[in-house]
Design a protein around this ligand. Structure first.
Ligand code: SAH
Length: 214
């Protein structure tokens, strides 16, 4: 499943992330641990270790490795923390988070993608990731509050419900913008009603959409 050759390719990919600004060693270690080729169809395996986004099932994409590493680094993960990801997609980002957090929750709005990814996560040994089918706009109130929340789809505005589900001191990392270009924001919850916002450049994402699809 994960060969010596795959490990070599992964090592090269991970090394290429450092000069692009990924300095968090724990994040780089996690990128080294997760076999990205298992998230692509076998026919496209050779694309797995290029620093590129790639189409997956149901017209969605697996995010570019740099973007995954960058968003994860912005979260400043701590082993004691609980994280919520919005937009499970292939499940790759959730697996990276799994190596860095105590508990990972992830939500997907497309039922067929949710089902196939949940099966994949079990098959490759990541069954402890808690995957939820639902509308990420609503977050996961049953499991809130979270230390960190990560949105891996492009939003048109800051999702307020997600801010409510953060602990004080927690971060929401979310790409936000009206057009295709989204500004990577990190919002820190500093009090019940107070926040600090930082911006980290422009990225492209598949859209954050309302509602679920059966
Ligand atoms: N984190 C993923 C990236 C997938 S692309 C990975 O590592 O592969 C973004 C995903 O967000 C898509 O699967 C899309 O269906 C999902 N998505 C978009 N809007 C959503 C919403 N409101 N709730 C949950 N998932 C959503």
């Amino acid at each position: 499943m994960d060969s010596y050759r795959h490990k070599g390719l992964r090592k090269a990919l991970v090394s290429s992330l450092r000069p692009k600004g990924i300095y968090n060693e724990a994040v780089l270690d996690a990128m080294m641990k997760v076999p990205r080729h298992l998230f692509l169809d076998k026919a496209f395996e050779e694309w797995a270790y290029k620093d590129q986004a790639f189409p997956i099932r149901e017209g969605q994409t697996i995010s570019q490795p740099f973007t995954v590493a960058f968003q994860t680094q912005l979260l400043e993960p701590e082993k004691s923390e609980k994280v919520l990801e919005i937009g499970t997609g292939s499940g790759y980002q959730a697996c990276i988070l799994y190596h860095l957090f105590k508990k990972v929750y992830t939500i997907e709005r497309l039922k067929t993608l949710f089902d196939s990814t949940q099966k994949l996560l079990k098959d490759i040994g990541y069954e402890r990731i808690r995957s939820l089918y639902g509308d990420g706009y609503k977050g996961a109130p049953r499991f809130a509050p979270f230390d960190k929340i990560l949105v891996t789809a492009g939003a048109s505005s800051i999702p307020k419900t997600l801010l409510e589900q953060l602990k004080i001191g927690g971060y929401l990392v979310v790409p936000v913008g009206q057009g295709d270009d989204k500004e990577m924001l990190r919002i820190k919850k500093t009090g019940e009603e107070s926040y600090e916002k930082e911006s980290f450049g422009i990225f492209r994402f598949v859209p954050f959409k309302k509602g679920t699809v059966d």
